[in-house]
Design a protein around this ligand. Structure first.
Ligand code: ARG
Length: 563
């Protein structure tokens, strides 16, 4: 598609004297108008003419000189229609030639994007919020990777704070009543609850917790630090099971504790910028009327979540001089990130705008037997297990012969949860309705996977029958406009999704492509036609399959060949 846009732009630039980059080519809202459109409003001023007049003149000139592209003026627009056979051969050719690289670019060459993602808390179950952060953050990372950025995914684990003083105290007292080694997170959760219950009667518990945390903050090696380290490792090992199922890895796993040695220098640096003040014994940065001050150090000398985030962002800047530093964190932390940015702005740091809070809404999971709840806690493994079991039921019903049904059910179930999470604009809350999430129909991951598998099966059948060789007759793609144009848009969709840190642009695009391809396939036979016809249609099938698989891969959803 890019070739067409480029040659239209170049021709427009010649006729208008404007730079090609300034000329915006769009997809017409109504596809019957054409494949591409140029709105002439931008030229009205320079040419001192009404846009419809400009459009008419340009259309006449461009039609004459662009090969295979017809230009027609409609009101203030020049609409372009690419000759069908040329459109088909070009787009399918592009996809098949580039294969798994289709849509990739070098846009981000030499630029680094840091992505803070997942970031659950030690000693607590990974919440659905952390699941969203993991899934959205990893998709953004893959999308940016595809555009040549150097990306650094950092899991900013919550492993610091007074709660660790409490946990160590609780493990010391009652550790032998629960299975800390075998079922860490559940055990620690139970101890944590018990700690709070018993602390109401027994004040020595809170005192012990405070002493423990002070010992940690002093950096002392000893029982407390050893115990904290062990709990961290055990919890991380449990989180790892979820990361494995989601196929998500991190470039750095850095707990908040990692930044301990940087906290002093961080506060000094902010002081040196002259923006700190004391308020009731605490050290703060005043952020004006719009928001509460940022607390750097409490009156008892301890630091806060914000202090550690400031230390981390300086560290990241120094290490990477990032183009962007994205925080994939729920919208409930909006204030925190506004404050973080406001401190950087008050310090006069030119790179402050590069720091972005990539916020997302809440995910509400259904109640019921799928969630083993302790208080209001949902264990994500249960969610993934239920999704897998539901998928297996559907597979057994629809395709009882399928080999590896269990492995594929895992791909479909986990894929369904991931896709559901990425389906709408991230800032929107998501509802979780099992029957919808795992359905093979409707706007779901399994629907996209199923489309992929269906296309794969056409390819298999063609190979078995020895069909598809020979020169494609590209005129046989008549009726496939929607598929071709969707395929052609993919590189732009990726670029835009990366820029907006918005994976839902890819999910809605892939759903659109699936609908187009399924619609086309219902009305056009692929196998058993004239060799040229079959060859062209098979090439389209393969191009669509590749691109759907590629898009799903970027989203973190597996694309099985059969299901
Ligand atoms: N651990 C935090 C929480 O669960 C999220 C951390 C997000 N990342 C950050 N750099 N603040 O609320």
């Amino acid at each position: 598609m890019q070739q067409f846009t480029d040659s239209i732009r170049a021709a427009l630039a010649r006729h208008t004297g404007l730079a090609a980059e300034e000329l915006k080519i769009e997809s017409p809202r109504d596809a019957s108008m054409g494949d591409l459109a140029f709105p002439c409003f931008v030229l009205a001023k320079a040419l001192k003419q009404a846009p419809p007049k400009i459009a008419a003149e340009l259309a006449a000139k461009l039609s004459a000189e662009l090969e295979g592209i017809e230009a027609v003026a409609t009101g203030p627009y020049v609409n372009f229609r690419i000759e069908r056979a040329l459109l088909g051969s070009t787009i399918v050719g592009d996809v098949l030639r580039q294969g798994a690289d289709y849509g990739a670019s070098a846009l981000g060459a030499g630029k680094t994007v840091v992505i803070d993602l997942s970031s659950p808390n030690i000693g607590k179950p990974m919440s659905v919020g952390h699941l969203r952060s993991t899934v959205i953050g990893a998709a953004i990372q893959r999308i940016l990777d595809a555009q040549g950025y150097r990306t650094v995914g950092i899991n900013h684990i919550g492993d610091w704070g007074i709660q660790f003083g409490k946990l160590v105290a609780a493990v010391d007292r009652w550790g032998d009543t629960v299975d800390v080694e075998g079922d860490t997170v559940r055990a620690l959760l139970e101890l944590y609850v018990r700690f709070h219950d018993e602390a109401e009667q027994d004040p020595t518990l809170e005192e012990q917790a405070a002493r423990n945390f002070q010992e940690l903050e002093r950096g002392e090696e000893g029982h407390v630090r050893e115990s904290w380290r062990r709990l961290t490792e055990l919890t991380l090992a449990e989180f790892q099971k979820i990361y494995d199922r989601l196929h998500v890895g991190f470039d750095q796993i850095r707990g908040e504790a990692y930044y301990e040695p940087y906290l002093g220098p961080t506060i000094e640096r902010i002081e040196a910028a002259g923006v700190t003040e004391m308020s009731e014994g605490a050290e703060i940065v005043d952020l004006g009327e719009d928001m509460p001050p940022c607390l750097l150090r409490k009156s008892d000398g301890t630091t806060l979540y914000a202090t550690r985030d400031l230390a981390a962002v300086f560290h990241r800047w120094e290490q990477f001089e990032f183009e962007r530093c994205l925080y994939v964190v729920g919208s409930d932390q909006k204030l925190h990130f506004r404050q973080l940015k406001a401190v950087l702005a008050r310090m006069g740091l030119a790179w402050e705008p590069r720091v972005e809070h990539v916020a997302f809404g809440m995910m509400r999971l259904p109640e019921g037997k799928m969630s083993s709840r302790k208080g209001r806690v949902v264990f994500l493994e249960d969610v993934l297990d239920t999704a897998r079991d539901e998928a297996l039921k559907i597979i057994r019903e629809k395709n009882p012969e399928l080999a590896n049904a269990e492995a594929i059910a895992e791909q479909v179930g986990v894929g369904a949860v991931v896709f559901n999470d990425l389906k709408r604009e991230r800032i929107k809350d998501i509802e979780f309705v099992w029957s919808e999430v795992v359905s093979f129909e409707g706007d779901t991951g399994p629907y996209a996977q199923y489309t992929h598998a269906r296309l794969a099966s056409i390819g298999r059948k063609a190979r078995e029958a020895g069909e598809g060789a020979g020169a494609p007759d590209w005129t046989a793609l008549e009726g496939a406009d929607g598929v071709l144009l969707a395929l052609g848009r993919f590189p732009d969709v990726l670029r835009s999704a990366g820029e907006h840190a918005e994976p839902s642009e890819v999910t809605s695009w892939v759903l659109g492509l699936c609908r187009e391809v399924n619609g086309w396939y219902t009305n056009h036979r692929v196998l058993g036609q004239e060799p040229g016809v079959t060859a062209a249609r098979l090439a389209l099938v393969e191009a669509a399959r590749l691109t759907i698989g590629r898009a799903l891969g970027l989203l973190g959803v597996a694309a099985p060949e059969e299901m």
